[in-house]
Ligand binder design. Structure first.
Ligand code: GAL
Length: 382
């Protein structure tokens, strides 16, 4: 981190920024129009370092911004809402010209954004939509409803109900499944769940899929802060409450690889597996983010699939948006309808997503340089 420009010293940045802005307010896209990236500082606020995807996001955004000549103030908030609020306040005080924020709790930053707006600082919502604020200027993300559709579809494929080309598979069911969702303070969780249910609900309605616990509401399925341990505990509870009669769970909708690993641990402890092909097969478990530990599990036939979202491309879009603001322009959106944050529809740039089964690891993750073959083999990043 901080590779290209060795200094992130706050005082120096502040002095530069104030000089650039002629002392009018603390920074401000007012600088807009100058287009001189060397004088601009971009505050990048990321939720946590416990998930490798956010580490990669932070590094990618930082590297790409620095390559364009911007100063970068990158902060991680340990999944703690007051920490994130305080870090953003500090970025504003220290003269950030543009903010890129991946929120922990998308509803908790309205105050910070008001402060940013008062200082003419454009705000780019990164991956997760910041809600209940008119001061979100742009949103860069993946097509989150499509992520959910892809997860629901991957569950059907894993169960043999559907073929890769969308035609009906050889399996007929009925299959017992359980549903997991993300953190309810993350707007994405609803898009993922709704997208998945758009695929699964018709098969639940016709009896092909049975949610044996009866827990089909997102509130019942949700895992606060996307915590792996919480997911493990909920899966353990489901196994005890619902599957202690000799019945088995055949599939689990999981919206994120970290949750998938917790779910798989609970299933392993209950005697499932070790793989999808075992005598007492591991249920079909979906995922998201192509985290390296999960890619290894997919390669080994333990986890069935994940959804790959290339964070390098997301970082690139964030940088393109930031550069547009720096030049006094509006970034180009490819969606101006979907992301209503409760106050306004935020112009968005949505990226496509890729489903990854074991057979896709080489082409999608290794050939594209996202992970090396060695990293996949080891199950950890270099
Ligand atoms: C979501 C994000 C997912 C996953 C999850 C847990 O907001 O879109 O890709 O990373 O958070 O971190």
């Amino acid at each position: 981190m901080g590779r290209r420009l060795g200094f992130t010293a706050v005082g120096a940045t502040l002095a530069l920024t104030l000089a650039a802005c002629g002392g009018e307010g603390a920074g401000g896209s007012g600088g807009a129009g100058s287009g001189d990236s060397d004088d601009l500082t971009i505050g990048v606020s990321m939720p946590t370092q416990t998930s490798e995807r956010w580490i990669a996001d932070g590094e990618n955004v930082q590297e790409q911004l620095e390559a364009e000549g911007y100063e970068v103030d990158l902060q991680y908030a340990n999944d703690d809402i007051p920490t994130q609020s305080q870090q953003i306040d500090q970025m504003i005080t220290e003269g950030a010209d543009i903010l890129i924020i991946a929120a922990i709790d998308g509803t908790a930053l309205a105050g910070q954004l008001e402060n940013a707006a008062a200082n003419d600082i454009p705000v780019i919502s990164y991956d997760r939509l910041i809600r209940d604020s008119e001061n979100v200027d742009f949103y860069v993300t993946f097509d989150n409803f499509e992520v959910g559709v892809a997860q629901g579809t991957a569950l059907l494929r894993g169960l043999g109900l559907q073929n890769e080309d969308g035609s009906p598979g050889t399996a007929t069911g009925p299959f017992n499944i359980e549903l997991f969702a993300g953190s309810l303070d993350d707007n994405n969780a609803f898009f993922f769940f709704n997208g998945a249910m758009s695929v699964l609900q018709p098969l639940i309605d016709n009896g092909t899929l049975v949610v044996k616990s009866g827990q089909t509401d997102i509130e019942q399925a949700a895992i606060l802060r996307w915590q792996q341990e919480t997911a493990q505990r909920r899966m353990e509870d489901l196994l005890t409450s619902t599957y202690n009669d000799g019945s088995r769970v055949d599939g689990v909708l999981s919206p994120y690889d970290g949750l998938s690993r917790g779910i798989i641990t609970a299933l392993e402890n209950a005697g499932y597996g070790p793989t999808i092909d075992a005598a007492n097969p591991m249920p079909i478990v979906t995922g998201q983010d192509a985290e390296i530990a999960s890619v290894k599990l997919i390669q080994d036939g333990v986890q069935s699939s994940t959804i790959f979202k290339d964070t390098r491309l997301l970082a690139e879009q964030a940088v393109i948006a930031a550069s547009a603001f720096a030049e006094g322009d509006e970034p180009e959106a490819n969606d101006t309808e979907t992301y209503d944050n409760g106050v306004k529809v935020v112009p968005s740039y949505l990226l496509p997503v890729v489903t990854v089964f074991a057979d896709d690891i080489q082409a999608e993750l290794i050939d594209t340089g996202y992970w090396t073959a060695e990293e996949v083999e080891a199950g950890q990043a270099d």
